[in-house]
Design a protein around this ligand. Structure first.
Ligand SMILES: Cc1cc2nc3c(=O)[nH]c(=O)nc-3n(C[C@H](O)[C@H](O)[C@H](O)COP(=O)(O)OP(=O)(O)OC[C@H]3O[C@@H](n4cnc5c(N)ncnc54)[C@H](O)[C@@H]3O)c2cc1C
Length: 398
């Protein structure tokens, strides 16, 4: 049996950032990562928009608000040190109607409460920043940036291994047993023993948590986010990042335009129920996983509450015309033939038994296992800071 002081399940950005932080603070500890795929960062981390979020959206004092701010700073410093390209390109959040105008002021105040240098701008300033964006007013957030998170992950992995950390790929965890002085981890690569385990399994974090805490308070519901991208000749239509004012009832930000560090411009995403946790294509169905979600009372309550929005999202998924219409609200000039399809991503959203979508980052702990049970956006931006908080939790037990 292979042993480690601390074993991390999941080689996405949260698992890697945690291992990196652990080895920075405790270079003598034996740290290992188990990842089920043959490469790291193939799921949420490898399918995201690459935005270094400022933290404007999050409730002041929440973990999201705090770790997004500190994590973004830490991520920028890591990129500087490691010479990983990132760009502080700024972002505009545009108000398209009366409702948005009312929400814009509240959002700007929230941003300021979170320590962000944001400001409300009128149409003429918006035109200078993003000549093709619609909007009567907007919030300008100059400090929002873009980066390639998978590139960050491969550098984190290299630094982890330099410091003696071990990374096992093709190692799917299939069971955990917590004893008084160790945790036994069963994987497809064999059994491991560790003094402490950190579950960073993203879309499967609830499954892994259920090995040690069968009465998990939440279930992960996978929401696929589908994208188009601008064809190269249309890319000049978007200079940086153009977002709508989000609906405060939902954790998703609405379809938007995102210039990526590669120069391409991503348009989307919508949010539809994925019929498999790693269902990136409409035709991907895993009957067991689908049944598990449809039979979950929390999902049924959520669906009962928000079915009109759900249907609208499904319609946008089925019809390119409907998707383009949503994009045209932000950029009236855009036409269907300027868009080509782009890869989708699947978000892991924890839903509680009463049907609420868990808004903040969330952990569930036993004595020897820390489960990260909700790490949706902006967890890539915040990863280094989330990793630090997890190390802090363990430090009290060493
Ligand atoms: C479409 C989309 C756009 C987003 N845009 C942004 C953005 O612009 N900025 C931002 O900050 N955030 C963004 N996010 C959120 C961000 O990508 C995620 O919050 C973050 O990547 C979560 O990282 P993670 O390590 O928890 O999960 P993941 O990256 O999903 O990693 C979990 C890992 O665990 C592994 N695993 C699962 N089960 C097991 C098992 N049993 N045994 C071993 N390994 C296992 C998986 O294979 C996977 O590699 C976006 C997310 C999506 C989906």
């Amino acid at each position: 049996m292979t042993s480690a002081d601390i074993l991390i399940i999941g080689g996405g950005i949260v698992g890697l950032a945690t291992a990196y932080n652990l080895l920075q603070r405790y270079p003598d500890k034996a740290v290992a990562i188990l990842e089920k795929e043959k490469n790291l960062a193939l799921h949420q981390t490898g399918h995201n928009s690459g935005v270094l979020h400022s933290g404007i959206y999050y409730k002041p004092g929440s973990l999201k608000a705090i770790t997004c701010r500190s994590g973004k700073k830490a991520m920028e410093q890591f990129c500087e040190r490691e010479e990983i390209p990132y760009r502080i390109c700024g972002k505009v959040i545009v108000a398209l109607d009366e409702n948005d105008l009312a929400r814009l002021a509240t959002l700007n105040e929230r941003g300021r409460a979170n320590g962000i240098q944001c400001r409300v701008i009128d149409r003429s300033v918006l035109r200078e920043l993003e000549p093709h964006a619609a909007g009567r007013k907007a919030i300008h957030v100059p400090e929002t940036g873009i980066v390639d998170f998978p590139q960050v992950c491969s550098r984190l992995a290299a630094r982890i291994m330099e410091k003696g950390g071990r990374i096992f790929t093709r190692a799917r965890v299939v069971g955990l047993r917590e004893a008084s002085n160790e945790v036994i981890v069963n994987s497809t690569l064999g059994d491991f023993s560790a003094r402490y385990v950190i579950n960073c399994a993203g879309l499967y974090s609830d499954h892994v948590a259920s090995f040690v805490s069968p009465a998990s308070p939440v279930k992960i519901v996978p929401f696929r986010g589908e994208y188009f991208q601008l064809k190269p000749e249309a890319e000049p239509l978007c200079k940086a990042l153009i977002y709508p004012v989000p609906n405060p009832s939902f954790p998703f930000l609405g379809v938007h335009f995102t210039r990526q560090i590669s120069g391409r411009v991503e348009c989307g995403p919508n949010a539809v129920l994925a019929f498999a946790r790693e269902g990136y294509r409409k035709k991907d169905i895993n009957l067991c996983e689908l049944f598990e979600i449809l039979a979950y009372p929390g999902f049924l309550k959520l669906a009962g509450r928000y079915w009109p929005t759900g249907l609208a999202e499904m319609w946008r998924s089925a019809s390119k015309t409907a998707f383009v219409k949503a994009l045209q609200r932000l950029m009236p000039k855009i036409t269907s033939d300027q868009l080509e399809s782009a890869p989708a991503g699947v978000r892991a959203q924890a839903v509680a038994l009463d049907g609420t979508m868990v808004d903040d980052f969330a952990f569930q702990e036993t004595h020897r296992v820390v489960n990260v049970i909700n790490a949706p956006s902006p967890a890539a931006t915040a990863a280094l800071s989330i990793g630090c908080s997890i190390v802090e939790k363990l430090a009290q037990r060493f």
